[in-house]
Design a protein around this ligand. Structure first.
Ligand code: NAD
Ligand code: UD1
Length: 338
């Protein structure tokens, strides 16, 4: 089957392209490269020894999308394309609502006209309300988002479930990612954030390579075993494999369903720092600073529904995640920018 991957040149998209190609799917990517480089797709083809088709352009460009559906026999769409920086979304809400919502509206309209109704959407654990008990189940409360980025994920889930309700031929999976880290074990593709990283692992690897002096640990007084925030970190290759399972699921079911993609285990910031330092034999200097506004103390998944219905489980360990993140950073000190 041919799969259209929007945002396929990005961090999670590029790893998913590898898994799709290795599982016998044809891959067509559309990406405007606003937060990525086409070099990632060259490396996907190098890793797999297989070709993919790339259209450089915007998912909001309806004419381009119609052309892509005309020129390719597409069976399923994985929709990664979107802006994802939480802080930037607070400063530029219009940009986030325009990009993330209009991309989805344009895409689903063109899919409907083309008669392609299998869609997998990149959602996030950020859609869950902060007041929930852990672990988070797909039935836990959603909403009360703290920033425009989170609201775009919440609203997109609503839009997609309304579309699937109105026309029973649609088959949609809303994949709620927890905290993806790590990189392909080849060290050829990985996360390449622009500017100062907002997220924990890319900051740690940039400290390790000498691009940053030390890590600020945001808060040491949370009600957690060591006082630092706890998250459900998941290896990006495991996450990518979850998409292959979801593609199969959409072809066998209809309706719109949410799935948690996490490991079910929470690790603290200091667990990550210490594991990274131990497996890679590199000390990570850090200082504990004030809490980051909007952060919760603890967030981890109940991944039972994904195991039961998608037949998918995360397999890689925290040590794998730390080793693979570092291999990517060490071999590509400036990311794809070299
Ligand atoms: P990324 O920025 O690396 O990838 C997104 C890709 O989409 C980029 O290549 C970008 O150029 C492209 N893009 C953005 N807007 C576009 C548009 N209008 N038209 C065409 N291409 C466009 O991000 P990622 O980490 O790979 O995340 C992929 C998806 O998963 C995003 O929707 C993100 O919100 C979601 N997500 C990510 C995380 C995470 O921690 N990385 C967590 C939860 C959800
Ligand atoms: C963040 C976003 C979330 C998004 C997710 C994936 C916020 C509030 N949430 O989640 O919406 O879906 O990224 O992109 O931004 N930390 C440090 N020092 C750092 C960076 C992070 O101590 O320099 C800590 C954080 O306080 C947190 C943990 O590390 O406890 C993980 O942070 P991060 O990687 O940013 O992910 P989230 O905050 O879970």
């Amino acid at each position: 089957m041919n799969v259209l991957v929007t945002g396929g040149a990005g961090y999670i998209g590029s790893h998913t392209c590898v898994e799709l190609l290795e599982n016998g799917c044809g891959v067509i990517v559309v990406d405007n490269l606003c937060n990525s480089s086409a070099g990632s797709l060259d490396r996907v083809q190098e890793i797999t020894g297989q070709a993919l088709k790339f259209y450089q352009g915007d998912v909001r460009d309806e004419k381009l999308l119609r052309k892509i559906f005309r020129e390719n026999h597409i069976g399923c769409v994985i929709h990664f394309a979107g802006r994802k920086a939480v802080g930037e979304s607070v400063e530029k809400p219009w940009e986030y609502y325009d990009n993330n919502l209009n991309a989805t509206l344009t895409l689903t309209k063109v899919m409907e006209d083309a008669g392609v109704r299998n869609l997998i959407f990149s959602s996030s654990a950020t859609v869950y309300a902060a007041a929930n008990e852990m672990p988070l189940k797909e039935t836990s409360a959603t909403g009360c988002c703290t920033n425009p980025y989170g609201w775009t994920k919440y609203m997109t889930e609503q839009i997609l479930s309304d579309i699937a309700f109105a026309d029973k031929r649609w088959s949609m999976c809303l994949l709620r990612y927890f905290n993806p880290i790590g990189a392909h074990e080849s060290g050829r593709i990985g996360e390449d954030p622009r500017g100062i990283p907002n997220n924990l692992m890319p900051y740690i690897t940039q400290v390790a390579i000498g691009r940053r002096e030390k890590l600020s640990v945001y808060g040491g007084d949370y009600p957690t075993p060591d006082g630092t925030g706890v998250r459900d970190y998941i290896h990006v290759v495991d996450l990518a494999k979850g998409h292959v399972a979801a593609v199969k699921y959409t072809t066998e079911h209809t309706g719109c369903e949410a799935f948690n993609l996490g490991t079910g285990t929470g690790y603290s910031v200091l667990d990550i720092v210490n594991t990274f330092a131990a497996v890679n034999q590199i000390p990570i200097p850090y200082q504990i600073t004030a809490r980051r506004p909007g952060d919760v103390a603890v967030c981890y998944a109940d991944p039972a529904k994904s195991a039961e219905k998608l037949g998918w489980r995360a397999e890689k360990t925290l040590a794998d995640m730390c080793r693979d993140s570092w291999r990517w950073q060490r071999r590509n000190p400036m990311g794809y920018g070299e």
